[in-house]
Ligand binder design. Structure first.
Ligand code: PMV
Length: 362
């Protein structure tokens, strides 16, 4: 498939107005996407667990304009209140996807969005937010062309979400999504995320993710800046090669349910991501002292109890604590007793692997 496959020909149907609504989850990468080429093409393939509870719900009400406008016409509200400062980001997103959704300037849109996680929790809402919006626009495209297949619908939704925020393309489906060309994964592409096509051992069913909110402040370095610092990064080539190898190794891990090896790959990926940040020029650190305290506590607990609890990190100080459902009781007790003291205001979110976005209204 190529990008031009997503450019539609004339639509057979006229649609005057309506409302669509989607709920789209966040995701947490196991093999990290860090570094990109032009047009949000990833420098290496990545794979993620789709989450369940952390999600964005977006409703889009559309009304056809008398004439196609020169600009995009939309109002935006967040949790029921107008949110002017989100508009420039949406405007950029609309400009990027217009080529693939040529109807965008022919409608006025009311976009109403809300997150299930607390505002300013340090949880990035771009993956869930951009995927929810992309799905709403795809629902309108489906009205305009009812012939669209289910496969085309989800691939294009992921493709569009990618243009909003790279990792958002992994939030359409679940429970495991791979994005980026990888020689041992059939159907993998840089253009959109695909449902992981290989065997997955039942030990990964309902895998748990408790997100420890270590620092709820604004990140000092955005992921856009971080990705760009991978250009001319002294370790970039090795890092990108390592992601391919880790995906190969994970294939066996998922098949056999080898949690020891899973932990090794996932924790190494998290620390490598942050090592890339620390070795960029300019260099930066997004972990906080409490991030390291938590990591050390997890290692200590694992040594003592032989538990399969482990951590991963995204581009921030928060820690995602991952563990199999069968160890939920023991792991959660440990988190409450020993880890939440390191969270800002003792805040954490309980999540688990999820099955992808859901349409709430059409
Ligand atoms: O989607 P972006 O541009 O915000 O980048 C996300 C990067 C990481 O969260 C650090 C890794 C990943 O693969 O999600």
């Amino acid at each position: 498939m190529t990008e031009t496959d997503f450019i539609p020909s004339a639509y057979p149907t006229i649609v005057l107005e309506g409302t669509v609504e989607w709920k789209s989850p966040s995701n947490i990468a196991l093999v990290k996407y860090w570094g990109k080429k032009e047009n949000q093409i990833p420098a290496n393939p990545s794979i993620s667990f789709t989450l369940d509870a952390c999600a964005t719900t977006t409703a889009v009400t559309y009304k056809k304009l008398k004439e196609k406008g020169a600009n995009f016409s939309f109002d935006l509200s967040f949790e029921g209140k107008p949110k002017e400062d989100f508009k420039p980001k949406i405007e950029i997103f609309l400009a990027r996807i217009e080529k693939y959704l040529p109807f965008l300037k022919s409608y006025h849109f009311n976009i109403d969005t809300s997150n299930s996680f607390p505002h300013s929790s340090g949880i990035a809402s771009s993956a869930s937010g951009m995927s929810a919006l992309a799905l709403c626009f795809m629902s309108l495209e489906k009205e305009l062309n009812p012939e669209i297949s289910a496969n085309y619908f989800k691939n294009k939704a992921s493709f569009l979400a990618r243009l909003g925020s790279g990792s958002a393309c992994r939030s359409i489906e679940g429970p495991l999504v791979q994005w980026g060309k990888h020689k041992n994964t059939n159907g993998s592409t840089d253009l959109f995320g695909i449902k992981y096509p290989h065997k997955v051992h039942p030990v990964f069913n309902n895998y748990q993710d408790t997100i420890l909110l270590v620092d709820k402040g604004q990140k000092q370095v955005s992921s856009t800046v971080g990705h760009n610092l991978m250009h001319n990064h002294p370790y970039a080539a090795q890092r990108f090669a390592q992601a391919h190898t880790n995906l190969d190794d994970l294939q066996t891990v998922f098949e056999e349910g080898d949690l020891k090896k899973f932990i090794e790959i996932v924790e190494s990926e998290a620390l490598t991501l942050h090592a890339m940040m620390m070795t960029s020029m300019p260099y930066f650190i997004l972990m906080k002292p409490n991030t390291l305290e938590i990591i050390n506590k997890i290692w200590e607990f694992r040594t003592i109890t032989k538990s399969n609890i482990c951590f991963t990190l995204d581009a921030g100080a928060n820690v995602h604590v991952l563990y199999p459902e069968s160890e939920k009781e023991q792991a959660f007790q440990f988190i409450k007793d020993q880890l939440i003291a390191y969270c800002e205001n003792e805040q954490y979110l309980c999540d688990r692997i999820g099955l992808g976005a859901k349409q709430l209204y059409n």
